[in-house]
Structures are given as structure tokens and as C-alpha cells.
Design a protein around this ligand. Structure first.
Ligand code: NAI
Length: 284
């Protein structure tokens, strides 16, 4: 079985980058996280807290001291020079990602794989600015990383087959399942998840059934862990509206956002984070 790469880099130690770093550390990799100088302390504290939690819960066989010793947090991307894999997890802003990926590629040695954790941008468009697009791939982790069993492996037109195979093996070595998707809007997960959610919102809009009953139909009828409307509340109605607008532009009218979704976002009913969405979310 493939192991994770010995030396991994993560660009951007925020919510996702921190989680990705933690996952590779627990799988035995040496990990360098590069972020902006003012974000280093927060990134390091977040990953250390996650390590402590894993040690306390007994979900790792590696000693705490070893895990801490295998983590370096730095503001200097040249620390990626000896990495076998670097995963980019900076904010979802195309120009920012393109500049960051190209700057990282400049310091990587030949044969190293560069990956992006983008949740919606085209891998082919991100690859356009790279000198070695064959070594570039999408590795779409889910939030929160430790609790999610899925990673979408997104292949660009120019991604080398060997890199796809390596990436699939690394995902397995993290104890997760790889779903391999050709670069396309929404990949597999957002496209399907948003399609079901938009139809559920249209059904609510048309008075077909209550939010509770629409969700129960999927939970009890199809064994979904959570219904589409509750899931939309958890993800955030604004986030889902943004994805729906992108899919509407790229894939056509079947992804046109329903008026009810737009109205709720305009009213600030964004789901769990605002206490109100399709359901009420009293503060815990
Ligand atoms: P975040 O805002 O929590 O973290 C971004 C990090 O990047 C911050 O630590 C920031 O200081 C750092 N950063 C910004 N510019 C940088 C630069 N030039 N060089 C180095 N570091 C830089 O964002 P989050 O949520 O972790 O998202 C990151 C990526 O992951 C995005 O592409 C997002 O679409 C994707 N994603 C997010 C999910 C989520 O639920 N939050 C789920 C799956 C993917």
C-alpha cells in the first residue's frame, strides 16, 4: 500500500490547511506549513490543538512529541524546496491562487507534486500559469478534515496519469476514500449536493411539503445522513448561493438559484451561523 509522502508542504494554514497538515502529520509525514507572518501563531496553535485532541482521544499511535517535532510553521516558501507534495489552501480568490501556485512551483524540485484544495475553481485554469502542469492536481478535502472520509481527486487535462495514481494512493494512506473526477464545474460533490438542495428549495417554495418533511424524505427514504435543507443551513445559504450562481453560469439553467434562496440570503437568514435558515438554530 502507498504511504503518504515523507515530506509534505501546506500553503495557507487556515481552517482547511490546518486540517490537511494535521491529517498528514497523523499519517506519519513531516509537514511544513507556510502562511503570512501575521497568521503563523494562529496556524501553529490550531494544528497543535488538533494534535493534542488526537493524542487525548487515542486516534494516533504516534507520540505527541514526535508529531510536534514533525511540524514546521514558516513564512518562507523556500522551505518547500525539499517537499514531495505541496497542497495549496489559500483563500478561494483566482488571482491569489494563481500567483501563490506559481511562486510555490518555482521553489519545488523536479518530480514534486503540487495540489490545490480549491472547492470550485477550474484545475485547468489554475494550471494555465504553471510551467509543469503535468505535476498539478486538485485534492479537494472536506471540512472538517478529520471527520470527513472523502477527498475528491480532480484531474486536469494535462495532469500526468502517474500523478493521479500517486494522489489516489496518498488519499487511501490518509484513511480516506478518493473519488476521482475530471475537472468540471462543481466537481462531483458540489454539483450533486447543490442540485438536490436547489430542488428541495424549489419544492419548499412551491408548497409541496414542509422543510421537515422534505428533509425526512431523503433521510428516511434514501438514508442520507442529513436532509438537503438542514445541510444547506449548516454550509451557509450564502455559500450555497455562490456555488449555485457559478454552476448556473457554467452548466446552465438547471442550476438557476430559486428566488426563495436569494430572498433568505438578502434577509441575512444564512442558516446555522445566523441562528436562522430553513430551520431555527438556537445558540448552544
Ligand atoms: P481560511 O481563510 O481559513 O485560510 C486561508 C489561509 O491562507 C489563512 O491562514 C491565510 O492567512 C492564508 N493565506 C492567505 N494568503 C496567503 C498567501 N499568499 N500565502 C500563504 N498563505 C496565505 O480559508 P479555508 O476555509 O481554509 O479555505 C482555503 C481553501 O480551501 C479555499 O480554496 C476554499 O475554497 C477551500 N475549501 C474550503 C472549505 C471550507 O469548508 N472552508 C471546504 C473545502 C475546500
Amino acid at each position: 500500500m502507498t504511504a503518504v509522502p515523507e515530506r509534505v508542504g501546506v500553503l495557507g494554514g487556515g481552517r482547511m490547511g490546518g486540517g490537511i497538515a494535521h491529517a498528514f502529520l497523523l499519517a506519519g509525514a513531516d509537514v511544513v506549513v507556510v502562511d503570512q507572518p501575521d497568521a503563523l501563531a494562529r496556524a501553529e496553535a490550531g494544528i497543535r490543538t488538533a494534535i493534542d485532541r488526537s493524542v487525548t482521544k487515542g486516534t494516533t499511535a504516534i507520540a505527541r512529541d514526535e508529531l510536534i517535532a514533525a511540524l514546521t510553521v514558516s513564512a518562507d516558501r523556500r522551505d518547500f524546496a525539499d517537499r514531495n507534495l505541496v497542497v495549496e489552501a489559500v483563500p478561494e480568490v483566482p488571482e491569489l491562487k494563481r500567483a501563490a501556485l506559481s511562486a510555490v512551483e518555482d521553489v519545488l524540485s523536479a518530480g514534486a507534486v503540487l495540489a490545490s484544495n480549491t472547492s470550485s475553481l477550474s484545475i485547468d485554469e489554475l494550471a494555465a500559469g504553471l510551467a509543469r502542469p503535468a505535476d498539478f492536481i486538485g485534492l479537494h478535502f472536506f471540512n472538517p478534515v478529520p471527520a470527513s472520509a472523502l477527498v475528491e481527486v480532480v484531474t486536469g487535462k494535462l495532469t500526468a496519469d502517474a500523478v493521479v495514481g500517486q494522489a489516489q494512493g496518498w488519499v487511501r494512506a490518509l484513511g480516506k476514500t478518493a473519488v476521482t473526477v475530471s475537472d468540471s464545474p462543481g466537481f462531483a460533490s458540489s454539483r450533486l449536493g447543490v442540485a438536490i438542495a436547489l430542488e428541495a428549495i424549489r419544492m419548499l417554495e412551491e408548497g409541496v411539503a414542509t422543510a421537515e418533511d422534505i428533509d425526512a424524505a431523503m433521510v428516511l427514504g434514501y438514508r442520507h445522513a442529513t436532509g438537503p435543507l438542514r445541510t444547506t443551513d449548516v454550509v451557509g445559504l450564502d455559500v450555497r448561493l455562490g456555488i449555485a450562481e457559478h454552476l448556473h453560469e457554467t452548466l446552465g439553467d438547471r442550476f438557476a438559484p430559486p428566488a426563495l434562496l436569494r430572498r433568505m440570503v438578502a434577509e441575512g437568514r444564512l442558516g446555522r451561523k445566523t441562528g436562522s435558515g430553513f430551520f431555527d438554530w438556537p445558540e448552544q
